[in-house]
Design a protein around this ligand. Structure first.
Ligand SMILES: [Zn+2]
Ligand SMILES: [Zn+2]
Length: 366
């Protein structure tokens, strides 16, 4: 931490535990080989940050949260990037040298570091997107953005979008397949759009929330239903995705499968109870259950390309932007507020990141 004001003011909203945050001013970091400094234009508040803040997931603290974002390269020692490019970036920063990286599982690199997950007093303090700037590490995948994609949409691509691409790849070719999507949060909604555009023969989507079902139905070609009132027949689905992370949803996904069916689980990212799986059913029916967590660099690019032309009504599903200063109060509202609160309607809250100089000096700790 520095007491001098840097040439380009850099401020981070540091999470200090429970629902507490503190603004901290930082000096401009000195870049090492392969690193870049990004001035963030937008971030989006992902549900997994809310899990962290409410204690359902543990991670180093204090830290700068936020792992979804988009911004402009202001300084770079990455030969593949240029100053002024608008970019989004992977949640994971892999080493590219360990056995897992070499085998193409960089998301599970043995020394992986993750945006919005690193201690503020570690070697990577500017790791999160609830800040005016983020430092991108050497080997951290970056996607350069075309004019076709807005900052908030690109921000969504960097987590939800890319994870959906990884899940869809794990599900296999969707053409002509009967697809079930359980959970219509941001991932489920994007998956509906992908399933339609990639030629699924039928797309069923389940969520208790009527507004979410309507957003999915609005894509055209999705049969969205309330799991309390309707169910898909068991044995009627070729590829089922669970994005709900709720065991009832996981069970629905698995029990819906036909012969040769595949269930892709991507929602269970917080502590959850075990489920019962009948091995005889899997054996006799040639079924596969697979899990997907985070994604590979190709999925980030794929998500950016896909979401630039997606049928999703972003204005309906992403909130009007709030300022960085409003993040602590909004997070509290999202966690504790009553469920009819306006901010809870959206699949993402957008944060527009102003210049660090605009942040109220009284809020800043130097
Ligand atoms: Zn996320
Ligand atoms: Zn590695």
């Amino acid at each position: 931490m520095e007491t001098t004001v840097p040439t380009e003011p850099i401020c981070a909203l540091v999470w200090t535990g429970a629902q507490n945050f503190e603004f901290v001013a930082l000096a401009e970091p000195e870049l090492h080989d392969g690193e870049s400094l990004i001035r963030l234009n937008a971030a989006t508040i992902c549900g997994s940050d809310l899990h962290t803040i409410s204690g359902r997931r543990s991670q180093p603290c204090p830290s700068v949260l936020g792992h979804e974002g988009a911004g402009v390269v202001v300084e770079t020692k990455n030969p593949d990037l240029e100053i002024g490019q608008r970019v989004t970036f992977s949640v994971t920063a892999p080493c590219l040298e360990c056995d897992r990286c070499q085998q193409g599982r960089t998301a599970k690199c043995r020394s992986v570091l993750k945006t919005g997950h690193e201690a503020f007093n570690s070697q990577w303090p500017l790791s999160g997107t609830y800040a005016t700037h983020i430092l991108l590490r050497k080997n951290q995948p970056v996607a350069v953005l075309s004019d076709a994609i807005a900052n908030t949409t690109a921000s969504v691509a960097s987590c939800a979008g890319a994870t959906v691409m990884a899940a869809v790849e794990a599900g296999g070719d969707l053409r002509g397949q009967r697809v079930l999507i359980v959970g219509l949060g941001m991932l489920g909604l994007i998956a509906c759009d992908v399933a339609i555009q990639r030629g699924a023969s039928a797309v069923y989507a389940s969520d208790p929330n009527p507004e979410r079902r309507q957003w999915a139905s609005a894509l055209g070609g999705v049969h969205a239903f309330d799991p309390a009132e309707e169910a898909v027949d068991s044995g009627s689905i070729d590829i089922a995705f669970d994005f709900s992370g709720v065991n009832a949803g996981v069970n629905t996904a698995i029990s819906s499968l036909d012969i040769g069916g595949r269930a892709v689980l991507a929602g269970s990212v917080a502590t959850s109870a075990a489920i019962n799986v009948n091995p005889e059913t899997l054996v006799r029916n040639w079924q596969t259950i697979t899990g997907v967590h985070n994604y590979e660099p190709r999925h980030l690019q794929e998500a950016v390309d896909f979401l630039a032309h997606s049928g999703i009504d972003w204005n309906a599903v992403i909130s009007a932007p709030i300022a960085l200063e409003e993040v602590p109060a909004t997070v509290e509202e999202l966690i504790n507020g009553d469920k009819d609160k306006d901010c809870k309607r959206y699949l993402r809250t957008a944060v527009v990141l102003s210049d660090g100089a605009a942040i109220d000096k009284d809020l800043l700790r130097h």
